[in-house]
Design a protein around this ligand. Structure first.
Ligand SMILES: [Fe+2]
Length: 258
């Protein structure tokens, strides 16, 4: 079976690996003066200066259709800023699109490594993958109807992509097993649930009640994803903590791919 994350091995990252060397290093560090007498306040000031000078991560592109231009003008006359909704729709589109890739990666690990009792099934992962794809379609359709370009990377899409950069890195890392992958998917699903909730509030606030009703159905599906991923992960951790190999994983592990 694939090595689990909690097996004992030659991990040398801790100071206790070599008590003699670590005592030497500690003594040497205490004997020397710091190379710089400052503290973290200087770098904080530099970062504040950069933040003040920065123009932000980007902008929302202008509407691409005449209907979109007209709608934007009407909304602005009414005192609202329609680009906020477009920005957040762009964020959801980016996240759902990435979600499809994440579950494709999870399916690849399931195929190669197998699952465990109470762990993810092919049907379960495929169901979530298809939901993410349909949510991407829903948001894309909404953007198009509002006269926006659904292929544009909006500022919030950029922010969420940077914030969640580690998730696809875990999913695609061959050293990290299916259980590790579920830990990353849990982060994604928690974020996804919170962000759909905010998008629904925003949609209702700007008078798009029909869209908000459709988004609520997406949120209902996301709540199920979260529950499924949490359950799979929890059973994997519990099984491993019993100090026995995951029997189901052994039983269902397919033959090597090459
Ligand atoms: Fe999801």
């Amino acid at each position: 079976m694939k090595k689990t994350t909690s097996d004992i091995g030659m991990n040398r990252t801790g100071i206790a690996t070599s008590p003699i060397d670590s005592a030497d290093i500690t003594q040497a560090a205490l004997a020397r003066q710091p190379s710089h007498l400052g503290d973290e306040s200087l770098i904080l000031k530099v970062r504040q200066q950069y933040a003040l000078e920065s123009e932000g991560v980007g902008s929302v592109p202008p509407p691409v259709s005449l209907k979109g231009v007209a709608k934007t003008a009407v909304d602005m006359l009414k005192g609202s800023k329609p680009t906020v909704f477009i920005d957040k729709l762009g964020e959801r589109a980016a996240f759902e699109r990435t979600g499809v890739r994440l579950y494709q990666g999870a399916l690849g690990k399931l195929e190669a490594l197998g699952s465990w009792e109470g762990g993810p099934t092919r049907e379960g992962l495929e169901r979530i993958l298809n939901d993410e794809l349909s949510h991407f379609g829903l948001v894309t359709e909404a953007l198009t109807k509002l006269g926006a370009d659904p292929t544009a990377v909006t500022p919030s899409a950029d922010v969420v992509a940077v914030a969640s950069m580690g998730i696809p890195a875990v999913v695609s890392d061959p050293r990290m097993n299916l259980r590790d992958t579920l830990s990353a998917l849990l982060v994604a699903e928690l974020t996804d649930n919170a962000c759909w909730e905010m998008l629904i509030e925003l949609a209702r606030g700007v008078g798009h009640d029909t869209l908000a009703d459709r988004f609520q159905l997406a949120l209902d599906a996301e709540a199920q994803h979260l529950s499924m991923v949490r359950g799979w992960l929890s059973s994997g951790v519990t099984l491993e903590a019993r100090a026995a190999p995951m029997p189901q994983a052994e039983a269902t592990r397919p033959a090597p791919l090459v």
